[in-house]
Design a protein around this ligand. Sequence first.
Ligand code: ATP
Ligand code: MG
Length: 403
Amino acid sequence: MACVVVRYHEIALKGGNRPRFVRRLIANLRDATTGLGVLGADSRQGRIVLRLAPAAPVDRVCDRVAHTFGVANYSVAVELPADLDAIRAAVLDCARAEPFTTFAIRTRRADKSFPLTSPQLGALLGAAVAAEVGGRVDLDAPELPITVEILPRAAYVSGGKRPGPGGLPVTVSGRVTCLMSGGIDSPVAAHRMMQRGCRVDFVHFSGVPYTSRASIDKARDLVEHLTRWQLRSELTVVPFGEIQSEIVARVPRSHRVVLYRRMMLRIAAALGRRGARALVTGESLGQVSSQTLENMQAVAAATPALVLRPLVGMDKNEIIQQAVRIGTFATSILPDQDCCSLFTPAHPTTRATVAEAEAAERQLDLSALVARGVAAATRERFVFPPELAVAAAGPAAPLTVRG
Ligand code: ATP
Ligand code: MG
């Protein structure tokens, strides 16, 4: 029977939490492969085996597995009885499938009751391939690595490991709210948090009616794209232009950007779903003049919420490379106008203090502004793959105000 053998590394290290992590990874793999002919997903001796129906689209299953955090690597395999003749025949089939000049047999015997040790089995199968198909053994960099894994009750023969995305299964670390502009950085920040096992909810602030809707369209496209790693997302869009004009009317020019950000954090915290444990931004230290340590501190002090900046120590080039790898870069560089650039002075402060920000805000009715942002916000759900959205259709979760 065809199957996909999934291996995890990091989650194996998590001591007492391990069963919970493995259960979550299995649930996420089942969810990710819905409708693709996966008959079962079972934990077997430190691996997860997805058993495929005969007509299952193997490439699509692999694509989904390759986007499931927690997967260290995986192989397309055949499942057989743990019987030497059957294993030998499957290894020879695998060797005959594609031309090669060098090969290696990698054996792992998790079931110690199997009569041969791993080296004995490797030597025997290697000799069989060399004699019946040809090729030379190269244990370091073989063109064709054939993996044989012997588990209790079954053996798995596969033609090589493919890399997974690593990290931790989404949801094991909890829920966070990402402030998502249409720019390059925040989608990368969101992806990093998903990789660390978080479900990410998104909040976008739009300068409408003082800007076009372009940034909203970009935020929607980016969330839709990122949803393939967590399967379900929510994007809340807050019309922020009127709130900004209120800030502009009452506070010193130099502090506008810092006060926009403080207001964004408050509104994002108020919109956060129950159980959301942190706010996430795409800030990177010193990348632009508003992202100094002083300003970050002055901004974060607006809310008791934990503010995480997963890109804080990254260079712009590294962030761009990552944006290209995860496929968000092309959307991020489409033209738009971010609301933070609205009414901003040529030389915003790089050294705001909490005291200055609080003094400036005394001119504002903060809770009324937060309430206005929350009341005008709209929420949209995303599902991956989009075809499943029809099945899952229903009203988006009602907006709830917290904090
Ligand atoms: P990005 O590429 O993510 O836009 P950036 O380098 O352009 O980042 P800023 O514009 O200074 O940086 O924004 C810093 C962070 O503030 C963003 O990464 C994002 O988390 C948040 N942010 C900025 N503008 C918005 C917005 N319109 N809606 C939601 N969050 C925003
Ligand atoms: Mg930006």
